[in-house]
Ligand binder design. Structure first.
Ligand code: DX5
Ligand code: ZN
Length: 234
């Protein structure tokens, strides 16, 4: 599998966002945009206007992680602002309708899953997704410690995708760096979100490259099939 590196702007300087994105050079594949509504998670970040402003400054694939209680109210706004894919949380419910709405809007369909949410809660939707986002921290804040106890669920997810022959990207998010990334890669992840480990470093491009090297050298048991579609091709 070819890994996808998705730096999270949550850890960037919000007064210098365009410059932060430019500092990635060509080392990032996607830009992970953490949207928090102060309700689903106890933190507030950014919304469609910032996505729209950034859209004019980069061609990177915009991967919007919607940590919101009512993501359905905003999907169209994110699409119009220039989002390529969105992930809604399975915990907010109404999942089938939200997936359908993303598809109708031409968004890549992502489903995000909190660390304590079981496999059974999202497995029924796998055949309708482009991406499943397994949180490896409790959502809400950057800079937290990677939760290795999510790895059995990640392995099970990858095994299920293989069994059913589904091409769905498997994203890990939270506490990912050049040490924890390989653990997740070995368990079957192929999209790696990193905030602190990229934008928290002196040279983000070099940090992203080091993360890519670290996760690439890990032989995944999943083999070469499947994988994400950077750029969002169906
Ligand atoms: C957490 C966010 C993550 C976070 C990752 O709620 O969804 O995307 O920014 O940040 P780090 O890499 O610092 O854990
Ligand atoms: Zn995120």
């Amino acid at each position: 599998m070819v890994p996808v590196i998705a730096p999270s702007i949550l850890a960037a300087d919000y007064a210098e966002l365009a410059r932060s994105v430019a500092s990635l050079g060509r080392e990032a594949d996607w830009l992970h945009v953490d949207v928090m509504d102060g309700h689903f998670v106890p933190n507030l970040t950014i919304g469609p206007p910032v996505v729209e402003a950034l859209r004019k400054r980069t061609d990177l694939y915009f991967d919007c992680h919607l940590m919101m209680t009512n993501p359905g109210d905003y999907l169209e706004a994110f699409r119009q602002a220039g989002a390529d894919g969105c992930s809604v949380h399975v915990e907010v419910g109404d999942t089938a309708a939200l997936i359908e709405e993303m598809a109708a809007l031409g968004l890549d369909r992502g489903l995000a899953v909190n660390p304590e949410t079981p496999f059974e809660a999202f497995a029924p939707y796998l055949d309708r997704l482009d991406l499943v986002l397994l949180m490896t921290v409790h959502p809400g804040f950057g800079g937290q410690e990677f939760m290795a106890d999510v790895m059995p669920k990640l392995r099970r997810t990858r095994a299920e995708l293989e069994r059913r022959g589904l091409r769905v990207a498997v994203q890990v998010d939270g506490g990912i760096d050049e040490h924890t990334g390989p653990t997740a890669a070995e368990a079957g992840a192929d999209v790696f979100v990193a905030g602190t480990a990229v934008f928290g470093r002196e040279r983000p491009a070099e940090a992203a490259r080091r993360l890519r090297e670290a996760v690439s050298s890990t032989g995944s048991p999943a083999g070469a099939s499947g994988g994400p579609a950077p750029g969002g091709e169906e």
